[in-house]
Design a binder for this molecule. Structure first.
Ligand SMILES: Cc1cc2nc3c(=O)[nH]c(=O)nc-3n(C[C@H](O)[C@H](O)[C@H](O)COP(=O)(O)OP(=O)(O)OC[C@H]3O[C@@H](n4cnc5c(N)ncnc54)[C@H](O)[C@@H]3O)c2cc1C
Length: 544
């Protein structure tokens, strides 16, 4: 397993690690002692739109009757499972605190993690076992095979260093940068925060195929190309997360992502919460400069001591909070958050699994993991170039999962699901609309997959596209940005959601943000809610 490889004996980043842990420990220890923890944690994690805290009663309002926000499982019209979000990296603390397994959450670890087929019929498969990856990479470059263990070790060290900072409010970015002193640490700072994925990977590898295989996680969901500075950090962000003691891995949630949020809702109810669905919030009530509750679409008023919103700040402050309740400069910062959509979802119900030219036959182990269509780094850069000027990429980067290959519960007997993330799909299309363009987009997606899996058109029984505009319509995700705002270095740590307001408390007392727009950002990890819950508990101390 990736996590079992020996660590480098010297702690090259020891000083940085020490400084970081000293800062976050104070917070974590304080938070662990708080009695109300379980109740508020259960509430504040739970992908709900709003968490309202009233003494002795907690109410969670869900939007449009769809439980789980982005991490929901939508069922297609013909009873074929159409997965919205296929993989996850969930932080272990949340699973334990919320007793999610007891309420139905069951992760399925998959191996291999990635399969990257190339047009010449070759492929790279990336396994949990790093020794197998060395063999895969050696087929493209001996030098890269030698570099790979050091590359993997680099990320193990970075994750070890950064992960403790995720379950606490962000360290101020100036303090963070000041901790990186000495040549090794400075190089890490440069690599992580300032470099593009292309430049970063160029320093490690020579084979374009190997670089392409690693580029995928640097741009996924982000409106940026591999040459955009800061994408090296995005690569790291996608390695965070722990699952059953394994690090830097992706897994399925048995039955679909919706099972996680359903488990969260059940857990919240177990701890005393009331979960309401179909109760959209149309206004946050502010009286005497303080948030005192919400008003629902149905006109109900729920008064509360604390209002926590996991909608993104644009939805929260530009639509629901009275504009005169917050400073003008704050609203301007909120408007400036980059929330452009980068990708669409192409979900399909399949009669059988596709046959890839690079590894014929089905089912095969590569169907268990994530399949990446990214023939070269230039290919994806060109795909981005088109989107920059308002077009859907004519040759998109596609990341697909066939969860049914490992988890038959998500499809009817003998049938399969394909959940594809297709990039780049800008929020606004020049000269057309997403609704009008969907059939053409579907043709482009199928043409692209067909070049690698020639039987794809014969096995697709039904497809569905969720454009960035749909993502905004269905779950209120501004621009369809999958992380509630890009996770590039200018929008992370104390810059998230906006500089000056990174500790979950908002300019209206009593109002908190607790979703992906806050530190440490997007992903089904539960960390923003966990951190926000502790801040809320701290503020509530002594106020009963
Ligand atoms: C297509 C896609 C693929 C992704 N893939 C992955 C992946 O594979 N792995 C991974 O870890 N992460 C993935 N992510 C990111 C991850 O899903 C999100 O970061 C995470 O689910 C966000 O959770 P959240 O609680 O912050 O916000 P959300 O899930 O967005 O929750 C916001 C909630 O607010 C509700 N709401 C909106 N407006 C109102 C209103 N007026 N009143 C009341 N409620 C309202 C919404 O319905 C929703 O329930 C993906 C995201 C997308 C969009």
């Amino acid at each position: 397993m990736a996590d079992e490889s020996p660590r480098v004996p010297t702690d090259r980043f020891g000083d940085v690690r020490f400084a970081l842990t000293t800062l976050v420990l104070a917070f974590v220890v304080m938070a662990a002692a708080v009695a109300l923890k379980s109740l508020l944690l259960a509430l504040a994690h739970a992908n709900a739109g709003f968490v309202i805290y009233v003494p002795a009663l907690a109410v969670v309002a869900w939007y449009r009757g769809l439980l789980g926000g982005i991490a929901a499982t939508l069922i297609g019209a013909a009873a074929d499972a159409a997965l919205f979000v296929p993989a996850l990296a969930i932080l272990q603390a949340n699973v334990e605190d919320l007793q999610l397994r007891k309420f139905g959450y069951e992760p399925i670890l998959y191996d291999p993690q990635f399969f990257v087929p190339f047009p010449d019929g070759r492929s790279i498969t990336l396994w949990l076992d790093e020794d197998r990856n060395i063999e895969e990479i050696a087929r493209f470059s001996e030098a890269d095979a030698r570099a790979y263990p050091k590359y993997a070790q680099f990320w193990h060290e970075v994750i070890d260093l950064v992960e403790p900072t995720l379950m606490a409010p962000p360290v101020p970015i100036a303090d963070l940068f000041a901790m990186f002193s000495g040549p090794e640490a400075e190089r890490l700072l440069r690599d992580l925060f300032l470099m593009s994925a292309r430049d970063f990977l160029d320093e490690w590898f020579e084979s374009d195929q190997v670089k392409a295989a690693f580029t995928t996680q640097a741009i996924i969901g982000t409106f940026a190309g591999p040459s955009t500075p800061g994408t090296a950090y995005v690569l790291g962000h996608h390695s965070f997360g722990v699952l059953d003691g394994h690090k830097e891995i992706w897994a399925y949630s048995k039955g679909g992502m919706g099972r996680i949020t359903e488990a969260m809702a059940a857990s919240a109810e177990h701890f005393g919460a009331v979960v309401r669905t179909g109760a959209g919030v149309r206004r946050v009530l502010v009286e005497g400069g303080r948030a005192v509750g919400v008003e629902t679409d149905a006109g109900d008023t729920i008064r509360a001591r604390v209002v926590a919103s996991n909608l993104d700040p644009k939805q929260t402050f530009l639509k629901l909070v009275p504009h005169d309740a917050v400073p003008k400069e704050f609203l301007e910062s909120v408007r400036r958050i980059r929330t452009r959509g980068a990708a669409l979802k192409f979900n399909a119900a399949l009669d059988s699994l596709p046959h890839f030219t690079a590894k014929p036959g089905a089912p095969r182990p590569h169907h268990n993991g994530t399949i990446e269509i990214i023939p070269s780094v230039d290919y994806v850069e060109r795909a981005y170039d088109e989107a920059k000027y308002g077009a859907f990429s004519s040759h998109p980067f596609i990341e697909s999962q066939f969860q049914s290959a490992l988890d038959p519960s998500v499809a009817p007997p003998g049938k399969h699901t394909m959940s594809s993330f297709v990039q780049y799909a800008p929020t606004e299309l020049k000269g057309t609309t997403w609704d009008a363009f969907k059939p053409r987009a579907a043709e482009i997606v199928l043409d692209t997959i067909e070049a690698y899996a020639p039987n794809i058109r014969r096995i697709v029984r039904q497809w569905q596209i969720l454009s960035p505009v749909d993502m905004e319509r269905i779950v209120g995700l501004t621009g369809g940005n999958i992380f509630q705002g890009d996770i590039t270095p200018d929008q992370i740590f104390s810059f998230r959601p906006v500089p000056g307001w990174a500790n979950y408390r908002m300019p209206v007392p009593g109002l908190y943000l607790c979703g992906s727009a806050t530190h440490p950002g997007g992903g089904v990890v539960g960390a923003p809610g966990y951190n926000a819950a502790h801040v809320i508990l701290e503020d509530l101390k002594g106020t009963t």
